[in-house]
Design a protein around this ligand. Structure first.
Ligand code: GTP
Ligand code: MG
Length: 152
């Protein structure tokens, strides 16, 4: 089923927002299937953001992602990619709606505390990049029947 790669960026970790951010995805009702604290090497950051490599801010972006540990997560569920992007909010935190993570917790595009995959395809690609193959945990949350009408 659909997965999104979600990452708390170094500013989110340094600011003590890890619990706050994970809690929002937990409370929404998606299923956590991978989680780690990680000091990212340069090649992974560059590969992750390779589509932005021609942008003037690319060097600063990679430096930002390398500037401290990040929290890497994979969340699973029908519609999780689009919904995670809605929970996260607009790229520029000043444009992000109140109630979203960036809208509530950040003020600048270069310090926007969290990443979420922008397509199901990128959810798979980024999960493979940050966790490798077979890293996902297969489990059935006890509360699943209270969140999801059918497993079909
Ligand atoms: P991610 O979830 O991190 O991929 O953000 P996004 O999908 O909302 O935006 P996008 O993929 O276009 O850009 C990736 C990241 O690059 C953003 O989250 C910002 O951290 C950074 N970024 C984007 N635009 C700018 C910019 O104009 N200036 C700076 N400094 N950083 C930018
Ligand atoms: Mg993006």
């Amino acid at each position: 089923s659909e997965i999104s790669y979600v990452m708390i960026k170094p500013d989110g970790v340094q600011r003590g927002l890890v619990g706050e951010i994970i809690g929002r995805f937990e409370r929404k009702g998606f299923k956590l299937v991978a989680l780690k604290l990680f000091q990212c090497p340069k090649d992974i950051a560059e590969e992750h953001y390779k589509d932005l490599s021609s942008k003037p801010f690319f060097g600063a972006l990679v430096e930002y992602i390398l500037s401290g540990p990040v929290v890497c997560m994979v969340w699973e569920g029908a519609g999780v990619v689009k919904s995670a992007r809605k929970l996260i909010g607009a790229t520029n935190p000043l444009e992000a709606e109140p109630g979203t993570i960036r809208g509530d917790l950040a003020v600048q595009v270069g310090r926007n505390v969290v990443h979420g995959s922008d397509s199901a395809e990128n959810g798979e690609r980024e999960t493979a990049l940050w966790f490798g193959k077979d890293a996902l945990v297969s489990w059935e949350p006890a509360l699943a029947p209270w969140l999801i009408e059918s497993n079909e």
